[in-house]
Design a binder for this molecule. Structure first.
Ligand SMILES: [Zn+2]
Ligand SMILES: [Zn+2]
Length: 195
């Protein structure tokens, strides 16, 4: 299995979300969860196998994420996903001619978030300041109106609050700088032992 934070699409070189459901392991484009549409099915590959991945901010989707953070893996359950779902094994078994299994899921689709989050400089500043509400506001601002209209806004803010609280609560010290060829970040060397 590709670690969730490393799952990218071979075709568009953008991040994928990893889900488990009764179909097993499935993938969707991360930008679909933020209201964008994608014209092709995910073709999962580890980001480290891509020459030129598009590392976008996992929070606000801005291009050119600068920092990589580590935290505990978390899983959230989505009630309905209006994204196209394709089983990971279908690609291997059907030579990338996998057909979409379904367009919408019922209850109990679980998303694995992985242990790494990429952040743009602006979101990183809010993370460094542990400004949870500031980060939520920033992310909500860039979501398309269809996701933030009326009652949905409360829902979306609630979901972000839950997910980001876990990120903040379990954040590992330090951060890695994302550079060309280092999609997972270049981390400072741990201090040399004086023993
Ligand atoms: Zn793609
Ligand atoms: Zn951002």
């Amino acid at each position: 299995m590709i670690p969730p934070e490393q799952a990218f699409c071979r075709r568009c070189r953008r991040a994928l979300n990893t889900h488990t459901s009764s179909f097993g392991l499935t993938y969707t484009h991360a930008i679909e969860a933020r209201g964008s549409t994608v014209d092709h099915r995910p073709d999962p590959v580890a980001v480290t196998e891509l020459n030129d991945p598009l590392i976008e901010c996992d929070f606000c989707s801005a291009p050119g994420a600068a920092w990589s953070y580590r935290c505990a893996d978390q899983r959230t359950t989505t009630r309905t996903v209006t994204a196209r779902i394709v089983g990971s094994n279908d690609y291997r078994d059907q030579h990338h001619a996998a057909r979409t299994r379904r367009v919408e899921t019922g209850d109990g689709l679980t998303q694995a978030w992985g242990e790494r989050w990429s952040a743009c400089p602006e979101c990183a500043e809010l993370i460094e300041a542990r400004d949870l509400l500031g980060l939520i506001s920033r992310v909500v601002e860039v979501l398309p109106a269809k996701l933030t209209r009326g009652k949905r806004l409360v829902q979306v803010r609630g979901q972000l609050h839950g997910t980001y609280s876990t990120v903040f609560d379990t954040l590992a010290p330090g951060r890695g700088r994302i550079e060309p060829g280092h999609p997972l970040g270049v981390w400072p060397e741990p201090p040399a032992s004086t023993a």
